[in-house]
Write a protein that binds this ligand. Structure first.
Ligand SMILES: [Zn+2]
Length: 149
């Protein structure tokens, strides 16, 4: 499945990976829609970003996978990981469409970086204490990606 990725370059990034290999994909929720994600990641004052945001039938890319996005709250973990944001709130889980688009993106990334989805795909709250990824069923994304590898 080919995805139409729309570029929205974020100023909040570090060029390169500091020589660290990518081995994790971190699942996040926006606590809002994709437009809210755009507003935060395109604002240099926010000092946060992720590689991808998914919602409302679209996938936006903010940072190259070869650069470090500022998404996990831990710089060393950011260097080794790809962050994916999902349109959702505490009251509104992501739609089936958003989940399916995320699975397709995870599949592409796991193939590109030669990753095992069962160990590579992790929730944000496994990195630092946070309410993220909230209502995003990250285990469903992990298991459906693994089933399609
Ligand atoms: Zn998060």
């Amino acid at each position: 499945m080919t995805q139409n990725v729309i570029w929205k370059t974020s100023p909040n990034r570090t060029v390169g990976r500091g020589g660290v290999a990518v081995d994790r994909i971190v699942i996040h929720y926006i606590v809002g829609n994709l437009a809210a994600c755009d507003a935060t990641f395109l604002n240099p004052d926010s000092q946060v970003s992720a590689h991808y945001g998914i919602g409302e039938g679209r996938i936006h890319q903010y940072v190259s996978v070869h650069n470090t996005a500022w998404h996990s709250g831990n710089f060393g973990f950011n260097q080794r990981s790809i962050g994916i944001e999902h349109s959702a709130t505490p009251e509104r889980p992501p739609t089936t469409q958003t989940l399916n688009m995320s699975i397709a993106r995870c599949l592409t990334l796991c193939r590109q970086f030669n990753l095992n989805p069962l160990t590579a795909i992790v929730p944000h709250d496994s990195v630092v204490p946070t309410a993220c990824p909230g209502t995003v069923d990250w285990e469903y994304i992990r298991d459906r990606t693994a089933a399609q590898m």
